[in-house]
Design a binder for this molecule. Structure first.
Ligand SMILES: [Zn+2]
Length: 413
């Protein structure tokens, strides 16, 4: 079991302004064993002097799609052979680790086999928190059938690249939720609204009846889990909050009134603005429909405003990205986009402490504390002065450690 000691470290996790300086951190195996303001004795450990550098917990992205790294059109990605999707996921996991993401929450598509593959070391990747397939009503966001298809959509159940499963009616919703829990889901994802950024379903309709949403919530409660809802419109967010739903995705058009309810109920919202930014910047290369790009621009422009509304209301925000296909290189752009209106310290907190709370692993991830997993980043520059230190495909990260394993080590003697 390898152990090492970080010396003279400035620890930054978003909880303390400017971080905690002159700290000593001992890692043994995959665990942070000790954090002290005094030098730690251990003659067998490798010593790493971090004077002038910053030590952070590994980053957490709370909204990714591990199996959507093939093609940016979700319906086309869903039609890819499973092997192709899997190879893309292997590449993506490696890339995400090298950007400093050591834990990621998948919002539809990743499987328990992939969780196991990472845990068993078959593949190098961030620890995965999964929901299995997302719940999609007939005709809802992520129902990939065209108007010309007449099958029941069940063919997508076996497609690794498909985000959701189609389910309607309270009995089937209950069964589908139980089925995903059986298959290793750690929360239930529900498409409760149209996709504002979807070329097929741009309408602001509500997904699922209130009764169906209640069933998902009930099943999650019984399984000691939570429901996460895909929402864009204020109406959809408000409806989810009324049912006591805890995890809200996107929330693009949230109003101050609804944001206050979210804050009061302790819901955690995960905006994903980089997804729109990436598509706008890549629209020519991807050959996106100009009308669709105009819609994206409108949604993107609304992003900072929604962040400001939620911040003013005191909503707890988690870091999320939702980028697809070849746009994964935009994953860390979310830091800069959020920093347009939110101070760097709070943006960092969204990818550490708040995210850890959302994935229900507080004290284990998103923190540099005794007993936490050894998920660590060494930064050459101060992210509070320039948050792009957390971006640029990990260029300013001289060390990346996940679960005690050295992913990147430029400080070796
Ligand atoms: Zn998503």
């Amino acid at each position: 079991m390898s152990s090492y000691i970080f010396e003279n470290a400035r620890i930054l996790d978003g909880s303390v302004a400017d971080g905690v300086h002159d700290q000593f951190v001992r890692v043994s195996g995959n665990i942070i064993e000790e954090v002290s303001d005094k030098p730690i004795k251990d003659s067998n450990a490798r010593r790493i002097d971090l004077r002038g550098k910053t030590l952070m917990p590994g980053l957490i992205d709370c909204h990714i799609h591990l199996n959507c790294g093939g093609l940016h059109e979700p319906d086309e990605n869903a039609a890819l052979p499973n092997e192709t999707v899997l190879y893309h996921s292997v590449r993506l996991m490696k890339e995400m680790l090298n950007r400093g993401f050591t834990t990621v929450r998948d919002l539809g598509g990743a499987t328990f086999a992939q969780v196991q593959a990472v845990e068993q070391g078959l593949v190098q990747g961030p620890r995965l928190v999964i929901c299995g397939k997302a719940m999609v009503q007939t005709g809802g966001h992520s129902d990939y059938r065209t108007r010309h298809d007449s099958d029941d959509g069940s063919r997508h159940l076996g497609q690794l690249g498909a985000v959701g499963r189609i389910v309607d009616g309270v009995d089937d919703c209950r069964k589908a939720a139980r089925d995903e829990v059986r298959k290793g889901a750690q929360f239930i994802k529900v498409m409760a609204n149209g996709g504002a950024a979807s070329s097929h379903f741009p309408r602001p309709y509500l997904g699922f009846s209130t009764e169906e949403l209640r069933v998902f919530q009930d099943e999650a409660d019984k399984a000691k889990m939570y429901v996460s809802v895909h929402t864009h419109t204020d109406e959809a967010v408000a409806r989810a909050l009324e049912l006591g739903i805890h995890s809200i995705e996107h929330a693009t058009l949230i109003t101050p009134e609804t944001a206050e309810t979210a804050a009061r109920q302790g819901a955690i919202v995960t905006p994903t603005i980089s997804a729109y930014e990436a598509q706008i910047r890549e629209s020519a290369r991807l050959g996106l429909d100009p009308a669709f790009v105009e819609r994206l621009k409108w949604v993107r422009a609304r992003g900072p405003e929604s962040l400001e509304i939620m911040r003013a209301a005191g909503v707890k925000l988690a870091f999320g990205t939702d980028v697809l296909g070849s746009m994964y290189s935009y994953q860390s752009e979310e830091f800069m986009i959020r920093n347009e209106v939110i101070p760097a310290l709070e943006v960092i907190k969204s990818a550490t402490l708040n995210a850890a709370e959302l994935v229900r692993m507080p004290g284990k991830v998103g923190t540099v504390a005794p007993g936490a997993f050894a998920d660590l980043l060494v930064l050459e520059k101060d992210p509070l002065k320039d948050i792009s230190v957390l971006a640029n495909q990990g260029r300013y990260m001289s060390m990346i450690v996940k679960n005690g394993e050295l992913i990147k080590d430029e400080l070796a003697a």
